[in-house]
Design a binder for this molecule. Structure first.
Ligand code: ATP
Length: 515
């Protein structure tokens, strides 16, 4: 069996080979942590975005969308706290000259203790079989208790240091835990420094007239500064939400793991404005609703878990992540935050404008509280692809790589193939294309053997292949071949449209979410 790391490497190579993701400006050797989406990638990405957008704006009468500019008045970022506090603690290893996030090094160390405990439990479970009581084992086994105690002590020390912003202590933890650089293997660490993640540029042509502005590090602030515009012009009544998708930029210190951590990426965020005091009930609502959105795709319920935050951002009073099991472990894909009235109050303070809502039912004005759902398109893309990518050994010694993508997200829904390039079959195939292409993204392929053509479609996750043969000309039937089962059956051309419609309709997923 290939290790998860090898599988991940293969997935990255597959993304390039089949036109999903390319390194940016590759002919110049690429640009670190920046990627381009290819001909199939852009289709998958757009489908993910449509699935999210419709689940917000179409399914909820009280959620509307906007598309704010990437450039914003620089005071926005002063008010939001990003100028002063959007920092990561960085540390360099003097021997390898590699840079790391100090918090990530320590969190990985904490995770190592958790792994050790889980390994002990798994080992014992195998040994004791059915009689095994995992809870009791965790409470009593001396080795588990020892790891647990080290884990808890480190966890406490780390949270205290982060909460106090104590950079010296962060470094000391790294030294005391003997955390080594994975490249050089040494503990020859520099001091820990704060590093602001925002990219800046100058707007305006003259040197003295130029203004330093930032590329937005999140899309949310475009929603907050438009709160009054949308509420008034849309006559929105609380509770209501504003949704937005768009690019965000962060000068990440450590940008590895492919499109998991990029410097230019895309977010889909929704801010839901509620009455003060009702935020926890809406936090729970969105926590559940968002998990249902993920699970409806059918990638496997066991691949998701919540991770509640202990250290909350300065603006939040509750926060959780939805984590997905990537090839490199459970990782955050989406954050759900209760942001209090922090952002709107800050913008009111810095702009000098009154940003409040008059609640006719309460006959009172207040600054609304906010629940935010924030998901990265690219991380979602990676989670879908990593769950879908499979290498299969077939009967007769053949192998295939198949992307078992949810049909609703598949870049190409059906590929139409004439068996041979003569006898009127290509013309008939074009007729079938014309029947389908107005509603579904379809492709046409007449090169190579049918077997090779099937493999090509498997590799990009096309759920249906439709073959036109000589019989088709007589009886108007085609062979449809299913990606997942590789089964083939004969069906009438007139049935194709409704079959593909049923399998690829987003509405089926939306009903599941709203159940
Ligand atoms: P992390 O802890 O991984 O840096 P974060 O907690 O800073 O992420 P948020 O600020 O909550 O992330 O952003 C919301 C979402 O945006 C994340 O759940 C993730 O999906 C996405 N995201 C954040 N940073 C990046 C990045 N550098 N590359 C790709 N997606 C990102």
């Amino acid at each position: 069996m290939a290790s998860q790391e090898e599988v991940f490497k293969k997935l990255v190579a597959h993304c390039k080979e089949y036109g999903f993701v390319f390194p940016s400006s590759e002919i110049y050797d690429g640009l670190a942590a920046v990627y381009d989406y290819g001909q199939n990638g852009v289709l998958l990405k757009n489908n993910i975005k449509q699935y999210w957008w419709d689940s917000m704006v179409k399914l909820h009468e009280n959620i509307v969308g906007i598309d704010a500019a990437i450039f914003m008045h620089p005071t926005t970022w002063k008010a939001s706290g990003h100028v002063d506090a959007f920092n990561d603690p960085l540390i360099d290893n003097r021997d390898s000259k590699k840079r790391y996030r100090a918090d990530v090094l320590i969190e990985d160390q904490i995770a190592k203790y958790e792994d050790k405990i889980n390994k002990e439990v798994e080992k014992a479970a195998r040994r004791f079989g059915e009689k095994f009581d995992a809870d009791l084992f965790r409470k009593t086994n001396p080795r588990v208790l020892e790891h647990q105690q080290k884990h808890d002590a480190l966890h406490q020390r780390y949270s205290d240091a982060m909460n106090a912003g104590d950079l010296k202590e962060l470094r000391q933890i790294i030294i005391d835990e003997n955390i080594v650089c994975p490249i050089s293997g040494t503990t020859n660490w520099t001091d820990v420094r704060q590093f602001n993640l925002m990219f800046s540029t100058d707007m305006g042509s003259t040197a003295d007239g130029a203004m330093k502005i930032y590329l937005r590090p999140e899309t949310a602030q475009g929603i907050f500064v438009n709160f009054l515009n949308v509420q008034k012009t849309g006559r929105m009544k609380i509770p209501f939400g504003i949704a937005q998708m768009g690019k965000a930029f962060r000068n990440e210190i450590v940008a590895r793991q492919f499109i998991f951590r990029m410097r230019e990426f895309e977010q889909m965020e929704m801010q839901f404005f509620v009455r003060p005091g009702e935020e926890m009930q809406w936090f729970d609502f969105w926590r559940q609703t968002r998990l249902k959105w993920h699970k409806a795709l059918g990638l496997g319920d066991e691949k998701y878990r919540f991770h509640d935050h202990e250290k909350l951002a300065h603006y939040a009073n509750a926060a959780t992540d939805i984590e997905f099991e990537m090839p490199f472990g459970f990782k955050e894909v989406e954050g759900i935050h209760s942001r209090t009235n922090f952002d709107l109050s800050q913008h009111a303070k810095y702009s000098g404008k009154k940003i409040e809502y008059f609640d006719p039912e309460l006959n009172q004005s207040y600054t609304p509280y906010v629940i935010e759902t924030s998901i990265g398109v690219d991380r979602m893309f990676l989670s879908v692809l990593s769950a879908a990518y499979q290498e299969e050994q077939l009967e007769g010694g053949d192998r295939r790589v198949v992307l078992r993508l949810p049909a609703v997200l598949a870049p190409v829904k059906a590929c139409v193939m004439p068996l041979v390039r003569k006898d009127g079959l290509p013309e008939k195939a074009q007729e079938v294309m014309n029947l389908l292409k107005y509603d579904f993204n379809c492709s046409y392929d007449e090169k190579d053997s049918i077997g090779k053509r099937y493999r090509r479609q498997d590799a990009i996750g096309t759920p249906f292949c439709i073959t036109i043969d000589h019989e088709t000309l007589n009886d108007q039937s085609v062979t449809i071949r299913y990606r997942d089962t590789m089964q083939q059956e004969r069906i009438a051309i007139s049935e194709l449209h409704s079959l593909i419609q049923r399998a690829t309709a987003m509405s089926t997923l939306f009903r599941k979410i709203m159940e």
